[in-house]
Each structure stands twice: as C-alpha cells, then as structure tokens.
Design a protein around this ligand. Structure first.
Ligand SMILES: [Zn+2]
Length: 324
C-alpha cells in the first residue's frame, strides 16, 4: 500500500500547489501537465488521482480502498487513455464518454490522457465538449511534452502545469547515481535508469576503451570495428559523441587539477593522458564538437565516429611528436 505522491522524485512545489488547490476545492477540472519525458508527470497524475478519490484526506492517504485501487490499477474511478499504436483514437474517446455517462461510484472520477498530443483530430474533436464541461467531480489530466503539439482548442480548455527537468543535484541526491549517469540523463529519470543497467555499463566500458585507443595508431582497424558494433543507430551515436565529450572534459579537468571528474570510476585510465598539452586537449575537444555537428547535419554515423577517432588519434600523435 502506498501513497503514490510519496514515491515521486522532485517536483515538490508543483505537487504542493496541486494539493492545496484540491484541499480548497479549487482544482481546475482540466489540467495539462507539460514537461520533458521521463520526469514523472504520469506518476504525479496518478498520485493526484489518489488525492481526488481518497475518502480520508484531500492529500491522499494511500491506504483507503479508493487509494489502493488507484495504485493497483483497478480503480472504478480512473480511466487511463494511452495511444493505441501511434494515436489515441476516436473509439477510445467514445468508450471514455460512455464511461462518463454512467453513474459515479466514488467521490470523483479522473481521466488521465497520457501522450495527449497523440490524440488524432477526430478523437480530439469528440472530446471538446466534454472538456468544456467535464461534469461534476470529473477531472481530466492531460499529459504532453510541449504545448505546441496540442490542438489550440484542447489547450484553451485546460490549465497548464509545468514540470521542469530534474536538476543534477536533485537527481544525484534522490537516486545516488554516479555523476556521469546523472549528467548523461539530462534530468530525465527514465533515461537515468536505463543508464544504470549492466548492458549500458558494458557499452560505456567498450566505448571508453575505444577512446583510450587513440593513444595507439595501430589500433585503427580495431577501433573502426568497435564503432560499427556499438553505433547501432543515430540516437546511440549521439550518446557516444556526448560520452566522448565527457571523456575529453575529464582529461582537461584532471590536467589542471579541477573537480568534479564525471567518470570518476575511470580516473586511473585517464591518468595516461596527463601529459597532454593544453593545445592537444583543445584539439580533442574540437574533434568531439565537430562530430556532434556532423551527426546533427545527418552525415553517416559510421563516418562521423571513425573520423572522430582518426582526427583525435592524429592530434595525439602530433602532440607526442612535438614533445619529442
Ligand atoms: Zn485514501
């Protein structure tokens, strides 16, 4: 048994405001939760649903029957609509309206539309009247990543609640995750958990080995084979470039004794680079920035990553030569 709002990381102010409005019976019947994916908007929506249906308190108790049934996804007072395939379809909104036309059993009824920007035009239009007048004790919570992706007619009927990305310090203290994962997650909890899997750890380790191999010119064909194996799609290639930028940043921080080191667990490996000149580090940085530009310019990911290795290796070789 649980009060879902207690399980949410961050968003304390947003939650507090929603609960205050609920306690004063001033909660807008159509709420629009806007914010980046993976920050917990749906969890807050379910937690607020508990607060709305709870028999004991407007803050949700987490242990009464209605609260428990929300948690167990078996509530007669909650409808959760999610895209079937790519869209939320009119069949789904019709079914929803049938449900709303039935007599209410609990204190309130809550409709959560996850990915509300996936409402197709027909489905959205069929909902307009319902959103205008949801009916007594009926609450809609629409969830989307940006306002612009929603029809103006839907938007204008809702009160917007904004969710920010979680800050690195929040994330670190909430999850205890290592710094490199927190930074790579860009404030998104679901991305953070995918970074903490054993699979991702293997991936990061392999890519770091490729990075380390720029010290040796005879590793070229091995490195290129690794690139092919690791860069399974564009999204992954972007992650690889971002990790590479972090590796270079860590080396530059270490060379002048700055903290924090993002990949602190790999510091021993980075020490091999401690002899590098500022000029060489700056070149490595340029190579990594260029790779990011190239990927965003839709150049083939294999070519971009091979080039990243090759140019970085050449900088290293030049630096070694200059140092005699
Ligand atoms: Zn309760």
């Amino acid at each position: 048994m649980a009060r879902l709002l207690d399980q949410i990381k961050g968003h304390a102010t947003v939650i507090q405001n929603l609960l205050e409005m609920n306690a004063k019976f001033r909660l807008h019947p159509v709420l629009l939760f806007i914010g980046p994916s993976g920050v917990g908007k749906k969890k807050v929506a379910l937690g607020l649903a508990q607060a709305l249906v709870c028999e004991k308190t407007p803050n949700a108790c987490g242990i009464c029957g209605p609260c428990l049934r929300i948690e167990k996804n078996s509530s007669e007072s909650l409808k959760l609509l999610q895209p079937q395939g790519a869209q939320i379809k009119i069949e789904q909104t019709r079914e929803l309206q049938d449900w709303l036309s039935l007599r209410a059993l609990g204190k309130a009824r809550v409709v959560i539309l996850d990915d509300a920007d996936k409402l197709n035009v027909q489905a959205a239009n069929s909902l307009l009247k319902t959103l205008e007048e949801p009916g007594e004790n009926v609450f809609f919570i629409l969830i989307a990543q940006s306002q612009n992706s929603l029809l103006t007619t839907i938007r204008s009927r809702a009160q917007t609640v904004r969710f920010g990305a979680l800050g690195p310090e929040d994330l670190q203290s909430l999850t205890g995750a290592p710094a490199w994962a927190v930074i790579s997650s860009q404030g998104q909890l679901n991305r953070l958990s995918s970074l903490l899997t054993p699979e991702y750890e293997t991936f990061r380790k392999s890519w770091l080995e490729v990075f380390m191999s720029i010290q040796e010119s005879d590793k070229r064909s091995w490195a290129f084979t690794q690139v092919k194996e690791l860069a399974s799609d564009r999204e992954t290639a972007l992650q690889m470039v971002s990790l590479w930028q972090q590796f270079v940043r860590d080396i530059s921080f270490m060379s002048v004794g700055l903290e924090p080191i993002i990949h602190a667990d790999r510091m021993n490996g980075f020490k091999e680079f401690s002899h590098l000149s500022g000029e060489c580090i700056s070149e490595l940085n340029q190579c990594a920035l260029q790779a990011e530009r190239d990927l965003n310019g839709n150049i083939d990911r294999g070519i971009v990553l091979e080039n990243l290795w090759w140019q970085s290796q050449k900088s290293m070789a030049r630096s070694r030569h200059d140092n005699g």
